[in-house]
Design a protein. Structure first.
Length: 367
């Protein structure tokens, strides 16, 4: 009698999590695992999500949970209720989720309560501020997980200090897998929008509430005014949730002639723009890493950062709200060694390393 094919469910919620799917799916399928991805339906802008799904060729999800948005408890509860039905119906051999979102925590709780092995990608990252929901989500998910796959050595050390070394392994950054795979494809893309300026240019993206909410307009204006003061013009693909604050600043008469505001760009379009950028100014954890891997100078705007290594190695600088003046921080900006940074984050081999680790732990069949 032939052995039944192993099955896994990969739960995807926020935009960066989509990028973790295609390369890991390919490696799992090559190892004989039937991979099924589940869409939580929580993305802020459906058009952005659909564009990314198309670019990454993810196809139709096994299920769309239709969670939508809301308070933390409501979103987590809806995800748990709907995902539980999905997992009971399929009964996969293991479940995957990554990062620190509400859907990550919900997946960890549902899978472990159903006694289905849970694999947590991007494990071990810490910013040590338990007031932040992301920190609580990632810590609780790690401690619930059967397998913790760490992206960088510091994350693995964090897991070891928390008594999780037996279930943990260093595999690399799954986002880098996508970056390495899709960067060349992005250079051949014919539909990258004209940014209105010629290289060199800077890239600006802000979307976090502490930087862009209407009641944080002073901070938003501070960053925009600083980027506008630089000699190199900037491109700003504006996230839909930022529009109210930007409209408020325009209503106050604020103008930023050195900043070219454009519609949101797709993943491949952003990778292509990164290859031409002089510097990147962002509050995105994913884009900041992609900037460093591209060899662009990177200035981050986080009050708390879980990717400390880029700061310690001098590959990026950070400008918290209550930190030093922005121009002073900017003077410390240096161009990072892109290839060295790529190797430090795993060289684009995280998916292959992960499958090898899952094979050692009996979740993937031996060759």
């Amino acid at each position: 009698m032939s052995q039944q094919q192993r099955r896994c469910v990969h739960v995807v919620g926020a935009r960066p999590q989509y990028l973790q799917v295609p390369l890991l799916r390919r490696e799992l399928q090559a190892a004989g695992v039937s991979h099924h991805w589940v869409h939580t339906g929580q993305h802020y802008d459906r058009a952005l999500a659909d564009d990314l799904i198309d670019e990454l060729e993810l196809g139709t999800p096994f299920a769309n949970l239709g969670v939508g948005s809301g308070r933390h408890g409501a979103m987590t509860g809806r995800t748990m209720e709907r995902l539980e039905d999905c997992l009971i119906g399929m009964r996969p051999d293991f479940v995957i989720a990554d990062g620190d979102t509400n859907s990550t925590l919900a997946t960890a709780l549902v899978a472990t309560k159903l006694h289905i092995p849970f694999v947590h990608l991007e494990s071990g990252l810490r910013d040590w501020d338990r007031r932040r929901p992301e920190e609580l989500n990632r810590v609780l998910a790690d401690h619930a997980a059967d397998v913790c796959l760490a992206p960088i050595p510091r994350a693995l050390a964090n897991l070891s200090r928390e008594g999780l070394s037996d279930r943990s392994a260093l595999v690399g950054d799954f986002l880098l897998d996508a970056f390495v795979e899709f960067r060349q494809r992005s250079m051949a893309a014919a539909d990258v929008p004209d940014p209105g300026v010629q290289p060199p240019f800077n890239i600006l993206t802000l979307h976090r509430p502490e930087n862009t909410d209407v009641h944080e307009c002073e901070r938003f204006d501070q960053v925009l005014s600083f980027v506008n003061s630089l000699d190199v013009p900037a491109i700003y693909p504006v996230h839909p949730r930022v529009r109210p604050a930007l409209n408020e600043l325009h209503a106050r008469g604020q103008r930023y002639p050195q900043v070219q505001f454009i519609e949101p760009v797709t993943y491949l379009q952003m990778l292509r723009l990164l290859g031409q950028a002089e510097a990147v100014f962002t509050d995105s954890g994913g884009l900041s890493r992609e900037a460093v891997w591209s060899g662009a100078k990177c200035m981050m705007f986080f009050d708390f950062d879980s990717w400390h290594d880029m700061l310690d190695l001098g590959w990026a600088v950070n400008a918290p709200r209550h930190g030093a003046p922005l121009d002073e921080i900017y003077r410390g900006l240096r161009r990072p060694p892109g290839n060295e940074a790529i190797e430090y984050f795993g060289g684009g081999r995280a998916s292959a390393n992960a499958v090898a680790e899952l094979r050692k732990r009996g979740l993937v069949d031996a060759v």
